[in-house]
Design a protein around this ligand. Structure first.
Ligand code: MG
Length: 278
């Protein structure tokens, strides 16, 4: 059955509470998406292992995007029509557009030595340190360390100078709800474009909704038909996320996700497949 809508969501600070990582406040909206057969595609800076943990907690069977667009993982057999992918791995067809983590680590080290600014990448941190910085439990922190296409890091000094140097070296910088990230060519928006195209093969009139909280979500929000921004824990909307057609959700993190998604889809309830479209 063709889909009428598709929802892309960030995790940290959006579907998951910034401090507790709970999605409980979003359960009514998640149930509505499930009932209306609207795919929820996780599009996050988190690693594949972390996402798989949340997919199983959420009962989510849809494709997902890891490490700010570095990897797109599509369950084998999810789409009936053929599409281009890079490799098959553990039941997924994977589209990779990220630069290897090893390369990014080398670049980050040269940025630190050339600017004289102390940078601390997640690979330089011990497990207890990651747990302390992120508030993650041990298992989640271990999964967070297993990355392929990005290196989250902290800056102890002039942030602008570090960003300038990264860009000068031909790499991208973005900021999530907790870490800075150094990336290759990939971002969340490119992943949305690729995946939306594949969905459109089977559901030509599909429209996309995107929900995020931080500047690394901006490329995703620009790419979707209906962008939604949730409040930060501090109660404010990130000043780095401005778009003309942006809907400002009433609530922070999963609360905002819940209210905005319910508000958006309640009017489509029962009409969310193209067969029922009025
Ligand atoms: Mg976030």
């Amino acid at each position: 059955m063709p889909y009428r809508f598709l929802v892309f969501t960030d995790l940290d600070g959006t579907l998951l509470d910034h401090d507790t990582y709970s999605f409980d406040a979003a359960l009514p909206a998640l149930r509505l998406l499930e009932k209306e057969n609207i795919p929820l595609v996780i599009n996050t800076s988190k690693s594949r292992g972390e996402i798989e943990m949340y997919r199983s907690l959420l009962g989510n069977r849809h494709p997902f995007v890891s490490e700010n667009g570095g990897g797109i993982f599509i369950p084998d057999g999810y789409f009936s029509r053929k599409f281009r992918y890079g490799r098959a791995s553990d039941g997924y067809l994977v589209i990779e557009s990220g630069t290897s983590r090893e390369t990014l680590r080398v670049v980050l080290k040269s940025v630190a030595s050339e600017t004289g600014i102390r940078l601390r990448g997640i690979s330089d941190m011990s497990l207890p340190e990651i747990m302390e910085v992120t508030g993650l439990d041990e298992q989640s922190a271990r999964l967070a360390m297993e990355r392929s296409y990005s290196e989250p890091f902290l800056i102890y000094g002039d942030e602008e100078e570090v960003v300038r140097k990264i860009v000068e070296k031909g790499y991208n910088h973005t900021r999530g709800s907790r870490f800075h990230h150094i990336l290759g060519e990939n971002d969340k928006g490119k992943a949305v474009r690729i995946l939306s195209g594949i969905y459109r093969n089977e559901s030509p009139s599909i429209e996309s909704v995107g929900v995020g909280d931080s500047p690394n979500d901006l490329p995703m929000l620009k790419e979707v038909d209906f962008p939604i921004l949730v409040r930060k824990k501090s109660g404010i909307y990130d000043s780095g996320c401005r778009l003309e057609n942006l809907t400002l959700a009433d609530g922070e993190g999963p609360d905002g996700f819940n209210s905005a998604i319910l508000k958006f889809f309640i009017k489509y309830e029962g009409k969310t497949s193209t067969e029922n479209r009025i």
